[in-house]
Write a protein of this length. Structure first.
Length: 235
């Protein structure tokens, strides 16, 4: 079998590891210190993160969606497929090299979403835009870790705390949706989402043949919706 080649690497902030872009023929993967985070071969659950959230989002001609984590660009691309011409997507990516890798190496698989004029790129921590949004978001999609119990970097844990989830709720428009991707289930996250004031669905998504820790090919997507006040939905 053809060996993997290292195309580039970037140290994570605060000595939290090193991110690598690996290539084998037309296949690319990004991993941190030997633990694979994402690849360009299978991305159904990343696409579904966007589609399921927008299906549940209140209708909005000028929707503005925050995507936490660029990765290989698949979630961002799926968001753009669903937004109208007046919609916007802001993608927050902590590691500048990941943005450059999308431009130089891996963008073709996701149809080069960074070239879309509706996209804003924020180089920094997505929590900045959750705590201090420029305006309320129509949806927030988080795919910055392998899940709340498998963090890319320890500081990301704030996003899944009650404080972080409550901040996300406060930064969403009425009828807005918080979508979270995870490689595994976590009942305690469901409980915290409910405590933060969301209407919550925990949805399994299986891609047969996709490597997962339990060999099931199943990831988990949380869809947490900000309820529209009852007085506004009565006829």
């Amino acid at each position: 079998m053809r060996p993997w080649d290292c195309i580039d690497f970037e140290d994570l902030p605060d000595e939290e590891g090193t991110l690598y872009l690996m290539c084998r023929g037309s296949e690319f993967v990004i991993h941190v210190d030997g633990r694979e985070l994402m690849g360009n071969r299978m991305h159904g659950s990343e696409d579904a993160l966007a589609d399921l959230a927008i299906d549940r989002m209140a209708p909005d001609d000028d929707a503005h969606v925050l995507v936490g984590g660029l990765g290989m660009g698949f979630t961002l691309s799926a968001v753009l497929d669903r937004l109208g011409p007046n919609g916007q997507a802001t993608v927050a990516e902590l590691i500048p090299a990941v943005v450059q890798w999308n431009k130089d190496f891996v963008g073709e698989a996701a149809r080069h979403p960074l070239r879309d004029p509706r996209v804003n790129i924020y180089i920094g921590d997505v929590s900045d835009l959750v705590e201090r949004p420029p305006a309320r978001w129509s949806a927030i999609l988080l795919d910055v870790d392998n899940g709340p119990n498998s963090l890319t970097r320890p500081s990301n844990g704030w996003l899944y705390t009650l404080h972080g989830l409550s901040s996300a709720r406060d930064s969403l428009r009425e009828g807005g949706v918080l979508g979270i991707w995870s490689a595994a289930s976590d009942d305690s996250l469901t409980e915290r989402l409910v405590e933060a004031g969301f209407e919550v669905e925990k949805l399994p998504f299986t891609e047969h043949g996709r490597p997962t820790a339990d060999s099931s090919g199943t990831h988990v997507l949380w869809m947490a919706r900000v309820a529209v006040p009852r007085a506004q939905v009565l006829p």
